[in-house]
Ligand binder design. Structure first.
Ligand SMILES: [Zn+2]
Length: 146
């Protein structure tokens, strides 16, 4: 069996729900029940109000591209280049950001502020949340409908 190109996280820690929500197609984040603050990466208590009443809840799964960089150098021969490292911002809360890869998009078409949607990459029990252009999916649907 080929070794996975991606380093797959352990499911033992606080972030288990984050890495497994993709099995249901859900991007799960920790949400403070006391002050409604979304927390990423997960913490044992709310960094805003210091309460411990946190629950994992699904987000909308959409985002906008906050920043990115394109990697052209094959640091790992098992990871095809170029690939895009992105920081995406979720609409649930100002400043709620995830570091991820932008996939299913030509490097030339990447733009700050572009609308994205989550797309999970499965490795056994782990579903890594990646993001792809929301518009390309809509465009394909429109083209096939017309
Ligand atoms: Zn809170």
């Amino acid at each position: 069996m080929p070794e996975p190109a991606r380093i797959v996280p352990s499911l033992d820690g606080l972030s288990r729900a984050f890495w497994t929500g993709g099995s249901r197609g859900e991007l799960m984040l920790s949400h403070c029940q006391a002050c409604q603050y979304w927390i990423h990466p997960p913490k044992p208590l709310c960094p805003r109000c210091h309460e411990r009443d946190l629950r994992w809840e699904p987000t909308s799964g959409v985002a906008t591209l906050f920043s990115y960089t394109v990697n052209f150098k094959a640091w790992n021969p098992k990871v095809p280049v170029p690939y895009v490292l992105g920081i995406v911002e979720l609409p649930e809360q100002a400043g709620l950001r995830l570091t991820t890869n932008i996939v299913n998009c030509s490097v030339d078409d990447i733009e700050i502020g572009m609308r994205l949607r989550v797309n999970f990459e499965q490795h056994g029990e782990v579903f890594v949340p990646l993001f792809e252009p929301a518009a390309s999916v809509e465009r394909l649907r429109t083209e096939s409908a017309g």
